[in-house]
Write a protein that binds this ligand. Sequence first.
Ligand SMILES: Cc1cc2nc3c(=O)[nH]c(=O)nc-3n(C[C@H](O)[C@H](O)[C@H](O)COP(=O)(O)O)c2cc1C
Length: 321
Amino acid sequence: METENQNRITKLFGIKYPIIQAGMIWCSGWELASAVSNHGGLGIIGSGSMYPHILEDHIQKCKAATDRPFAVNLPMIYPDIDQHIELILKYRVPIVFTSAGNPKTWTGMLKENGIKVVHVVHGVKFALKAEAAGVDAVVAEGFEAGGHNGLDETTTLTLIPMVKQELQIPLIAAGGIGTGRGMLAAMALGADGVQIGSRFVASHESSAHLNFKNKVVETMDGGTKLTLKELTPVRLIKNDFFQRVEAAYQRDATVDELKELLGRGRAKKGMFEGDLTDGELEIGQIAGLINEIKPAAEIIDEILAEYAEARKELGTGKFQF
Ligand SMILES: Cc1cc2nc3c(=O)[nH]c(=O)nc-3n(C[C@H](O)[C@H](O)[C@H](O)COP(=O)(O)O)c2cc1C
């Protein structure tokens, strides 16, 4: 889509606004991805919670619902990744966001097939490794973010300028961005675009259970914590399950005990089936600013309007410095 106002990210993906809806297990299927792409952003199908036949269905439905570019997120720890890759090639998905693994593994092959590749990182060293592997852009995700995160606890405010200083290719900021002011701040720090997860969980088109969406709206500052670092660090709402994890830490539980406590299928139970007591509820710190469940298009419009207003304010006397 050609518009007058283009930057490195809009040009790279052929989209109108540098707003990317994050790939999110149990929350971002074809309905959300196509709604975002149809409204000028980049929608991403989160394949990490999908069996291959489910992913196939989502790709087909997404293609039918939009003629604009969309992406698939591939967490590389996923056991059936070969089958996911086959589907991406079969349906000519134009863009892939890889995460949780080595960017060298798939980037070359995907790019040889004409697919744009973006890799998600949590630190400068990994951003440079992704660049060296030949990716087209990097997502740098800070400590505030929902979902699985880096061990180093580097915040978005510090991570983005540090990565920007070293990286040549386009940079997408993620973690704690849910408003136009947040987006402007990320762009001021050097990002070319933003990846937004939590805010889109609370959208009509997100496949999250309504109980979880309502819980996100209720969650205030201090309502989440990064935990289970010994397994894979994840930011969770402080519900009953989270309190059980905290109690396990209090009694110096071993890694095996933590694994047993986590068990299997808890993310699905919490986010997809709406079990707010026993489920894992993954969300970012920005939940404290999310007050309503809205259509994805409205979320994008609101972010863009606030971005434009904040940008204008910066040139006025309202800002004293
Ligand atoms: C519910 C949820 C599920 C997520 N699942 C994934 C995933 O499957 N793969 C991935 O790379 N990142 C995942 N993330 C991280 C997002 O892609 C994104 O980088 C993050 O949400 C950005 O921070 P924010 O939540 O503050 O907007 C998830 C985040 C959330 C909130």
